[in-house]
Design a binder for this molecule. Structure first.
Ligand SMILES: Cc1ncc(COP(=O)(O)O)c(C=O)c1O
Length: 400
């Protein structure tokens, strides 16, 4: 009998070779205690967190915590059912209303994760006969949504407006077309030229879905994302988002003004055939979303942090994913996985946690140290982080 696991042998070998050098496993870190959105204890050491998606620092907000505790007391620990059966509580309706208010849109549908929101919406609206034109660097959940719906996938070069247009023009007349874009691409932290891309998509008769997972809460005047910042939010048909980043909990959603949107609740399998979010989770999400509406100061401070870190890392001699800071993600490009893992470990010893990202999650086979800033990082913490990068960079030979 063939062992179905033999296809993983190259990965197992690569991992074992790396760990044999005595390196701490970068994909197996345990947070022993979490003190705040920016500090945790890892391996017994107080560590600054620079690799979470807690952009707006909502996880320890006192109102958010109080709402979660109250819901736990009043509604119990879980719904034990699907949204279309016993799994819709007042809290699920309330968080959908908060989303409608946040985006000023007619419809909002909450899923159990952002992954499931992409999986569900994309696979349900684009089927076998339809075409999905998507940026080649799209998130795995977008690709999986395309695969689940069996649509024709037409990828185009990352952020290339002309390539998008060319692909759209080649699609047979009369076929259903969905263009899928992201506001912020999470590996390099770069943003999409949504203004131009949405215009090209509309001119060619396509519907547009934008995943704003990494921009919600932070980018745009009201934190609605890159589509808001670039003035095209009203032309976007569907916005996908998550509660696992700026909102500070777990869950996913889609908002839209499409008049037939609500039918998705009956036909979208990743919405119907899974349990709904626990009452405590939707309660924390609802209050967090409402507070994010009113967080202009935090957004401004997060931009300051992003600029400070970007400029400092550049000055130290690191190669970064973008010329200018475009989001709360600053990606440091490493020469290879070995150096990347060594640098990751050296930073951990300094007392800093960042994300090590490697292929296939990264574009162009890159190894990245992804730094994601939080609105709760102080300017002093950012300076401390830069000191840690300087020390770890010199110790590993990444910088002179
Ligand atoms: C662009 C993008 N979309 C969707 C998701 C999925 O979000 P969730 O963590 O809620 O499943 C992620 C998560 O990293 C993401 O980066």
């Amino acid at each position: 009998m063939d062992d179905l696991f033999s296809k993983f042998d190259p990965l197992i070998e690569q991992r074992e070779t790396l760990l044999k050098t005595g390196l701490t496993d970068p994909f197996n870190l345990v947070m022993e205690k979490v003190e705040s959105p920016t500090v945790a204890v890892c391996n017994g050491k107080r560590t600054i967190l620079l690799g979470t998606y807690n952009y707006m620092g909502m996880t320890f907000d006192p109102d958010v915590i109080a709402a979660g505790k109250k819901a736990l007391d009043e509604f119990g620990s879980g719904t034990t059912g699907s949204r279309v059966l016993n799994g819709t509580y007042v809290g699920h309706r309330a968080v959908e209303q908060a989303l409608k208010d946040f985006y000023a849109m007619d419809h909002a549908m909450v899923f159990s994760t952002g992954y499931q929101a992409n999986l569900g919406v994309i696979s349900t609206i684009a089927g076998k006969e339809d075409y999905i034109v998507l940026d080649i660097d799209s998130h795995a959940s977008i690709y999986d949504g395309c695969a689940l719906g069996n649509a024709q996938i037409v990828p185009f070069r990352h952020n290339d407006i002309e390539a998008l247009e060319k692909r759209l023009k080649r699609i047979p007349e009369g076929a259903g077309k969905l263009v899928v874009l992201e506001g912020v691409y999470s590996m390099l932290g770069d943003i999409a030229p949504l203004k131009e891309m949405v215009a090209v998509s509309k001119a060619n008769g396509a519907m547009v879905l934008v995943d704003e997972a990494h921009s919600m809460g932070f980018i745009g005047e009201h934190g609605r994302g890159v589509a808001e910042a670039q003035g095209v939010i009203d032309d976007v048909d569907f916005i996908i988002g998550t509660f696992s980043k700026s909102v500070g909990t777990v869950g996913g959603f889609c908002v839209s003004n499409h008049p037939k949107f609500e039918i998705l609740r009956l036909v979208c399998r990743p919405y119907v055939f899974t349990a709904s979010l626990p009452p405590s989770v939707v309660a924390t999400a609802a209050i967090s979303i409402r507070k994010l509406m009113d967080s202009a100061d935090k957004r401004a401070h997060l931009w300051e942090n992003s600029k400070r870190l970007h400029a400092g890392l550049r000055q130290l001699g690191f190669t970064l994913g973008t010329e200018e800071p475009q989001s709360a993600i600053i990606a440091v490009i490493m020469p290879d996985l070995e150096k990347g893992a060594a640098m990751w470990e050296a930073l951990l010893h300094e007392g800093l946690y960042v994300n090590l990202a490697r292929p296939p999650a990264t574009p162009g086979n890159m190894t990245l140290l992804r730094c994601s800033l939080c609105a709760e990082h102080s300017a002093e913490q950012v300076d401390q982080i830069l000191g840690m990068f300087a020390a770890a960079g010199r110790a590993t030979g990444c910088i002179a």
